[in-house]
Design a protein around this ligand. Structure first.
Ligand code: HEC
Length: 163
């Protein structure tokens, strides 16, 4: 009885040894490119983003605002996940809405931006204000599409401009 068990375990192990490389090869054939491969791909594509040409001080101010924008998106998603709608609405308004624009301008050292960039910045604050307005509905079917529209403006500006 015991030796049968041992034989069974061994034959199972042998089957694993034979099959494992096959399964591995199979999964590598259809493997998705890794993030670093994606990055190399993106870098080899021509960068058509317009440089803003602002001073290093203004650029540092802009980058600080941007990192806070990303944290705000994280906080909004986290609050929605916890059904803390009040907090989600407050972050959307305070951290991404028009109040944030004034803070951002103060940090940007009097820099001037192309009109199209300014339009995108305004569209982004407006989208966040609209998000803050729909969050009290507590209806994720309304909230998530507006969150998507908000993030879409981040993406649109990042596609068009660089420091
Ligand atoms: C009106 C234009 C505009 C909008 C809107 C915008 N960004 Fe940016 N963001 C930029 C530019 C320009 C850079 C610099 C990119 C570069 O030089 O590669 C940047 C850089 C960043 C960075 C990198 C910061 C660093 O320290 O290097 C993060 C993170 C970021 N943005 C997040 C966001 C998020 C999240 C949103 C939306 C909630 C957003 N941004 C909306 C223009 C914008």
């Amino acid at each position: 009885m015991r030796s049968r068990m041992i034989r069974l375990v061994f034959s199972g192990f042998a089957a694993f040894l034979i099959l494992a490389p096959l399964v591995n090869a199979q999964s590598q054939k259809g493997h998705k490119p890794s993030t670093s491969e994606d990055a190399i791909h993106t870098l080899s594509r021509k960068d058509t983003r317009v440089p803003l040409g602002i001073t290093p001080a203004a650029a540092a101010g802009l980058q600080l605002t941007m990192r806070e924008h990303l944290e705000a998106i994280r906080d909004i998603v986290a609050a929605l996940g916890q059904q803390d709608f009040e907090r989600a609405a407050k972050v959307a308004h305070d951290e991404l809405g028009f109040p944030k624009h004034h803070q951002a301008m103060q940090r940007e050292d009097g820099a001037t931006f192309p009109p199209k960039y300014h339009e995108l910045a305004m569209a982004h604050h407006q989208a966040a204000e609209d998000l803050a307005k729909v969050i009290p509905s507590k209806d994720l079917r309304t909230i998530l599409p507006q969150l998507d529209r908000t993030i879409e403006v981040c993406v649109a500006c990042h596609r068009a401009y660089q420091l």
